[in-house]
Write a protein that binds this ligand. Structure first.
Ligand code: ADP
Length: 455
């Protein structure tokens, strides 16, 4: 999940919890204050009725009722019951009041109870020596409707605010992450071939600009290191190239000398073959160095993978004349465009030559099958041999420079061919997979994205 979405969700959950807690508080507080005020209103009425009941002077009784009627009015479903004592089972039976209500009434001379929308109050009313126990009830229709309204308002408000909070949270986090996204986009565009590019740094002085500046500093250091390494490889390869050409040329001249003894011929052939191999190695290194990273020396363009593989086979024929490399074209894509990739021919040739020559070498020249196929995105080149294989626990290391598997003592090598090939494939936005079993063989599957994107 993207960090912006995470922030928006956390922001929403946090706000939702706060709004929910606040809504519950408002609801409870509101309902309690409405209930308290209704209890009070009912108690006042209960008092008046109680005093009316206790009034000895019959002519004054209507005054109480009149005051209640005129100044207070009736509550909905208002009812008053008179208990002569708390043991008045007849009245108690008709009321749904629990024993705790009567206990409270006995203890504090007043009690309150609420059940099924009905409010009950109980009170001891005394006048002189006379006393009466009043139990009054009424339904707070108005208060209940108000509470219902409040509930609906809070629930609707809660959901509406959720939508607002999420939307604003998203906008807010997107806004905050905009500079980071820009950095990510820029960084994605920087690779070994355009290491001179830098991130844009404005002078806002915030942390993100600090990050961009730090990254630029790192790129400066990387560029210098790359340059030193590149120049070294480039110079060294150049220096090797001339003597090697001379050696192989001399070996060729030697081979054409008439009356050569078998031993001498064998030696000249060995010199010729080994110098060809070394030339191949140095030219791989040189071509890698030549691609550079400043974007000036590279020769990238559209190229066909089948043609590339044919040229690899030609190179292999030169280095190992009796190789048994065969190319399987049966699974070629129907649309030719799916064979065309954007790449550097010299580099890719070096990469595939390394893989194919390894297969010949580590299978003691047994048959090597190269097949070209495709999937939705990639042209797939598979090189399969029947060689010595790679021990299971070492497969993960074969792309590490200078690594050689433990079963290769019999074979000459330096451990740089595969890392080189791997780098080249990655430079082309491709990937490589290896399957291998000791004693059975090895399969290298290389995926390179084709340019064709369909109609
Ligand atoms: P090397 O010069 O040793 O061949 P590479 O970089 O080309 O160096 O290969 C690295 C290691 O990967 C080899 O030393 C070998 O152990 C293993 N390897 C590569 N290709 C094969 C193969 N086709 N069969 C078996 N092992 C292989």
């Amino acid at each position: 999940m993207k960090i912006q979405n995470k922030i928006a969700i956390i922001f929403t959950v946090l706000s939702a919890s706060i709004i929910l807690a606040l809504s519950v508080f408002v609801y409870i507080f509101g309902s309690e204050s409405i209930a308290a005020s209704f209890f009070h209103r009912l108690e006042v009425r209960s008092d008046i009725i109680g005093h009316a009941v206790l009034e000895e002077n019959e002519s004054r009784k209507p005054i109480y009722y009149d005051i209640k009627e005129r100044h207070l009015g009736d509550l909905p479903f208002e009812k008053h019951r008179i208990l002569l004592s708390l043991n008045d089972a007849g009245v108690k039976k008709k009321l749904p009041l629990p024993q705790v209500f009567y206990d409270e009434l006995a203890r504090t001379k007043e009690a309150r109870y609420f059940e099924k929308d009905t409010t009950y109050v109980g009170r001891y009313i005394t006048s002189g020596k006379r006393k009466v126990i009043m139990i009054s009830s009424a339904v707070d229709l108005y208060g209940l409707a108000e509470m219902d309204n409040l509930k609906n308002l809070l629930v609707t408000g809660f959901f509406i605010s959720l939508v607002f909070v999420f939307t604003f949270g998203k906008l807010f986090s997107t806004q905050i992450f905009k500079p980071i996204q820009r950095i990510v986009r820029n960084v994605k565009g920087i690779n070994a071939r355009n290491l001179h590019q830098r991130l844009i740094v404005d002078d806002s002085g915030d942390d993100i600009q600090d990050l961009a500046r730090t990254f630029n500093d790192m790129l400066d250091r990387l560029e210098v290191t790359f340059e030193i390494q590149n120049n070294f490889v480039s110079n060294a390869s150049h220096e090797f190239k001339t003597p090697l050409t001379v050696i192989s040329g001399e070996a060729e001249i030697g081979l054409s000398t008439p009356g050569l003894s078998d031993n001498a011929r064998q030696s000249f052939e060995n010199i010729y073959r080994e110098s060809e191999k070394l030339e191949h190695l140095t030219s791989s290194m040189l071509s890698l160095a030549q691609t550079g990273f400043d974007g000036k020396k590279e020769e990238w363009g559209a190229l066909r993978v089948d043609e590339l593989i044919l040229s690899v086979k030609e190179a292999a024929d030169k280095i190992i004349p009796d190789n048994k490399v065969s190319i399987n074209f049966e699974n070629l894509p129907e649309e030719e465009q799916k064979l065309v990739i954007n790449g550097n021919k010299v580099l890719l040739k070096a990469a595939f030559s390394n893989i194919v020559l390894n297969s010949c070498k580590y299978s003691d020249n047994r048959p090597v099958q190269v097949s070209i196929s495709h999937d939705k995105t990639y042209v797939i080149v598979e090189v399969a041999d029947q060689g010595i294989g790679i021990p299971d626990r070492e497969i993960g290391q074969i792309f590490v420079p200078f690594f050689r598997a433990s079963n290769t003592e019999r074979y000459k090598g330096y451990g740089i061919g595969l890392p080189l090939a791997h780098n080249i494939i990655r430079m082309h936005q491709g990937k490589a997979e290896v399957w291998s079993k000791v004693g059975e063989g090895t399969r290298f599957k290389t995926y390179l994205p084709f340019c064709y994107k369909g109609l």
